[in-house]
Design a binder for this molecule. Structure first.
Ligand SMILES: Cc1cc2nc3c(=O)[nH]c(=O)nc-3n(C[C@H](O)[C@H](O)[C@H](O)COP(=O)(O)OP(=O)(O)OC[C@H]3O[C@@H](n4cnc5c(N)ncnc54)[C@H](O)[C@@H]3O)c2cc1C
Length: 352
């Protein structure tokens, strides 16, 4: 029997609700070299709900594209996880990098992620994917998975924990995203009645990589400075402004900002909302699903990720919604779903 400390889920433990707009494209991220006047323009944007997971992969591939031309001065546009990892990968290849960004951590979408290793989440839709993109994705996920493993530890705020998916449907076990190579799908164990503390018949147990955004992004920003990048806070209003930069290579890592800068009609936000409870350092497992309360929209689940900065409760995705207003109905669904789940857990401490 797995015994787990209970998450004390209750409304009086809520400390904040945050909103982030995931940069989603049905066809997946854009990773390609282009021309902007006489310069090389490399796009690296549109990572949906998977940017924290994939960024080292597309950063490394974007830096390889940059190496194909002779200039060694690069401008990276964007200071979220994609821009910061791209900066590091360019510097590793001998580039002199200036990072320009309208905002820096903690004021980037990357700070508002959950953030587990979820390389396919909100990233693309099957009908819009091309075989070429799928091949790029699989290279990116391989690189990223290895890089993140090497960063495990308190300095970067990356760790392995165990995820439980409480379910009444044993067919959920083993069913995993076919986009992912086998070695990344992870070992799963189906726990039956009496083997887990959740109010469902089964729970699927699997290892999960956890990334703590406030620690990770600060460390990446510090690294960019230590490794010699110049950082300039500046917002660009048009591609023409970018063309006037002194660097011969420009890497576009602007996330959702690429819509206004380059007019990508496919790029839309998937609005995500997280509600955070007071931290509980003894909780070192995450959960996916388990709510018996009917969800507002079919297919939407609930997720809990414990971090140093709080117990993070998520599970919302509002397509093409651009506001940063709190969706109260979704907040109720997420918090009440977790209250119900953890209050009906067996053992593990007090119920609030
Ligand atoms: C609720 C939620 C949960 C999530 N959970 C996960 C998860 O579990 N796992 C995971 O992998 N991902 C997760 N994500 C997704 C992840 O956060 C994004 O994929 C990632 O943050 C995208 O990074 P980015 O660097 O492209 O964008 P951003 O972090 O938005 O950075 C964009 C940068 O570009 C700059 N910029 C934009 N326009 C301009 C301009 N015109 N001029 C100058 N600078 C500009 C911005 O200022 C910023 O610095 C989640 C997201 C949300 C909202």
């Amino acid at each position: 029997m797995v015994v787990l400390p209970r998450v004390h889920a209750s409304w009086d433990r809520v400390i904040r609700t945050t909103i982030g707009l995931r940069p989603h494209r049905p066809g997946g991220f854009v990773l390609k070299a282009d021309k902007l006047d006489g310069k090389t323009l490399i796009h690296n944007y549109g990572h949906g709900g998977a940017g924290m997971s994939l960024s080292w992969g597309t950063a490394s591939m974007a830096a390889d594209l940059a190496l194909e031309q002779p200039v060694r001065q690069a401008a990276v546009i964007g200071g979220g996880v994609v821009g910061l990892t791209t900066t590091r990968e360019l510097i590793r290849r001998g580039f002199e990098v200036t990072l320009y960004a309208a905002t820096l951590p903690p004021d980037v979408t990357s700070n508002w992620s959950l953030a587990g290793f979820t390389p396919t989440s909100g990233l693309s839709t099957a009908a819009a994917r091309t075989p070429e993109w799928t091949a790029q994705f699989q290279t990116a996920v391989d690189i990223a998975y290895r890089r993140l493993q090497l960063l495990v530890g308190p300095h970067y705020g990356i760790s392995w924990i165990t995820n439980y998916a409480p379910t009444d449907d044993e067919r959920m076990a083993g069913g995993s995203n076919s986009l992912l190579p086998e070695h990344i799908r992870g070992a799963q164990v189906l726990l039956g009645p009496g083997e887990h503390p959740f109010p469902t018949t089964y729970a699927i147990e699997r290892p999960e990589m956890r990334i703590e955004p406030s620690i990770y992004l600060e460390a990446l920003l510090r690294d960019a400075r230590i490794f010699g990048a110049t950082i300039v806070v500046r917002k660009f209003e048009s591609a023409r402004e970018l063309a006037a930069l002194p660097q011969g290579v420009i890497v576009n890592c602007t996330g959702l900002g690429a819509k206004a800068l380059f007019g990508d009609p496919d790029l839309i936000p998937l609005k995500g909302q997280l509600t955070v409870l007071l931290p509980q350092p003894e909780v070192q497992y995450s959960t996916s699903g388990g709510a018996r309360v009917q969800t507002a929209e079919p297919g939407l689940g609930i997720h809990m990720m414990p971090r140093a900065d709080g117990i993070i409760l998520g599970g919302t995705s509002e397509r093409d919604i651009w506001t940063f207003d709190v969706n109260e109905k979704e907040r109720q669904r997420i918090v009440n779903g977790h209250i119900e789940l953890f209050n009906s857990m067996k053992g593990g401490g007090r119920t609030t």
